[in-house]
Design a protein around this ligand. Structure first.
Ligand SMILES: NC(=O)c1ccc[n+]([C@@H]2O[C@H](COP(=O)([O-])OP(=O)(O)OC[C@H]3O[C@@H](n4cnc5c(N)ncnc54)[C@H](O)[C@@H]3O)[C@@H](O)[C@H]2O)c1
Length: 374
C-alpha cells in the first residue's frame, strides 16, 4: 500500500520519501513502481518523461530522521496498534510542529493511534483503497483529538490528488469495511445453509445484481486470510455484535491455507487444469439470493447513517468508488422501496431469531413516516 500511495503523491507533483524497516521490502517497492510505470507507458496511459519524473520524485530513505522537513507523513506499516503507536510517537520527535501525521489503517482506531502522540490534534486517518493509484476513494477519518484545520488541510490535499474523499467517524471499519461485511458474510451464510453453491451465489450477484465480482471471487481476490482478519477485527471492535460474527467456513479456509488467487486455491481452483463449476441459473432463486444480500447491505448502510458515521451522500459514494458497487445502497433502497427492505429483514429476523438480522431503527422510522433516503 505504501508504494501505491507514494505513486499517487508523486504523480501529483510532490517529492516523496519512502521508508520501510525492511530493506528488501523497500527494494521490492521501487522495483514494483518501475514495472507499473513502464506498463503505463506501454499502454499509453502516461508519457515516458512523466513516468521518469514520478520515479525521480520518489526517494527511498533508510532512516525516519530523513522525514524532518516533511509536511505530511502517511504511515502504511503492518496492521498492529503497538507498532503504529510507537512509530507515531517516534515520528513526533522528528518532524516540525505543523507536520500532519496520517495513518492508512483499515481497521484500527485513529483515536488510539493519536493517543500515543503529545500533539494528537495533528493525527488523522487517510485510508486509501487497493490499488491506491487506481481506486478513486479515500476515507478521511478525524480522531476525537484531530483539529478542524488538520481535517480541512488533509481533505483538500487529497482532493487535489484527484481522489474522491469522504469523511467517516472513527468507528470500526469506517464506512466501506463496515458496510460491506454482509456482502461476504451473508453470501457465506447462504452457502452454509445449502441454499445455493458458490458459483450460483456469485452468478446471482454479478449477472442479476450488477456487481463486478461475486462475493467468493472477490474474497479469493482479496485473500481469505486478509478478509477474515478484517471480519474478525470488526467483530471484536464492535464489542462482539452478532451482526459482524465471522463464519467457520471462512476460518476453515484460512486454516486450510486456501487463501485464494495468491496461492492458486481458494473457493475456486486457479490451477491450469482446474475445472470451473457452472452456476445453477435459476432466476427465481438467484433473485432471492440477491435480495437477501442487498437488503443486509442496505441495513448496514442505513445503520451507518443512523449512527452518523457519515452522510447519506458519502456512504453511497464510498461504496461505488471504494468497492465498485453498481449503485449506492441508500439509492438502491429507494428503488426497491424502503418498506420492502424492512419487511425482508423482518422476515429473516423472525425466521432465524438472530440479532444478526435486526433491522436498523432508521428503516423502521422511515417506513412509519413513508420517507425515502433521497
Ligand atoms: N492491503 C490492502 O488492501 C490495504 C488497503 C487499505 C489499507 N491497508 C492498510 O495499509 C497498511 C499496510 O498494509 P499492506 O497490505 O501494505 O501491508 P504489508 O504487510 O504488505 O506492508 C507493510 C510494510 O510495513 C513494513 N513495516 C513493518 N513495521 C514497520 C516499521 N516499524 N517501520 C517501517 N516499516 C515497517 C513491513 O516491512 C512491510 O513492508 C495496514 O495498516 C493496512 O491495514 C491495506
Amino acid at each position: 500500500m505504501g508504494s501505491g500511495i507514494a505513486q499517487v503523491a508523486a504523480h501529483s507533483g510532490h517529492k516523496v520519501l519512502l521508508y520501510d524497516s525492511s530493506k528488501e521490502a523497500l527494494k521490492k517497492a521501487v522495483d514494483k513502481l518501475s514495472k507499473i510505470l513502464s506498463r503505463s507507458v506501454e499502454k499509453e496511459k502516461i508519457q515516458q518523461d512523466e513516468a521518469d519524473l514520478i520515479l525521480e520524485r520518489i526517494e527511498t530513505v533508510d532512516n525516519i530522521t530523513a522525514f524532518q522537513d516533511c509536511n505530511l507523513v502517511i504511515e502504511a506499516v503492518v496492521e498492529d496498534l503497538g507498532v503504529k503507536q510507537s512509530l507515531f510517537s517516534k515520528m513526533e520527535g522528528i518532524v516540525e510542529d505543523n507536520c500532519i501525521l496520517a495513518s492508512n489503517t483499515s481497521s484500527l482506531s485513529i483515536t488510539s493511534i493519536a493517543g500515543a502522540c503529545e500533539k494528537s490534534e495533528r493525527v488523522i486517518g487517510i485510508h486509501f483503497f487497493n490499488p491506491a493509484p487506481l481506486m478513486p476513494l479515500v476515507e478521511i477519518i478525524p480522531a476525537i483529538q484531530t483539529s478542524e484545520t488538520v481535517l480541512k488541510q488533509a481533505r483538500s490535499l487529497i482532493d487535489s490528488w484527484y481522489k474522491t474523499t469522504v469523511i467517516a467517524k472513527d468507528t470500526p471499519g469506517f464506512i466501506v469495511n463496515r458496510v460491506a461485511r454482509p456482502f461476504y458474510g451473508e453470501a457465506i451464510r447462504i452457502y452454509e445453509e445449502g441454499i445455493a453453491d458458490i458459483p450460483t451465489i456469485d452468478w446471482a450477484m454479478t449477472e442479476l445484481g450488477g456487481f463486478k465480482m461475486g462475493p467468493f471471487t472477490l474474497m479469493d481476490y482479496i485473500g481469505n486470510d486478509v478478509n477474515y482478519a478484517v471480519t474478525e477485527t470488526v467483530f471484536r471492535e464492535f464489542f462482539y455484535d452478532p451482526r459482524y460474527r465471522p463464519s467457520f467456513t471462512q476460518k476453515r479456509m484460512v486454516e486450510a491455507k486456501r487463501l485464494g488467487r495468491k496461492n492458486g486455491l481458494g473457493y475456486y481452483d486457479y490451477g491450469e487444469r482446474a475445472i470451473h463449476p457452472k452456476p445453477d441459473k435459476n432466476e427465481t432463486m438467484g433473485r432471492q439470493i440477491l435480495t437477501r444480500i442487498v437488503c443486509m447491505l442496505i441495513n448496514e448502510a442505513a445503520d451507518a447513517l443512523f449512527l452518523n458515521i457519515a452522510t447519506r451522500d458519502d456512504i453511497d459514494m464510498a461504496m461505488t468508488k471504494g468497492v465498485n458497487y453498481p449503485k449506492g445502497l441508500l439509492k438502491w433502497a429507494d428503488e426497491m422501496g424502503v418498506a420492502k427492505v424492512l419487511s425482508e429483514l423482518e422476515s429473516l429476523h423472525e425466521e432465524y431469531s438472530e440479532d444478526r438480522y435486526r433491522p436498523s431503527p432508521l428503516l423502521k422510522k422511515m417506513v412509519a413516516k413513508s420517507r425515502t433516503f433521497y
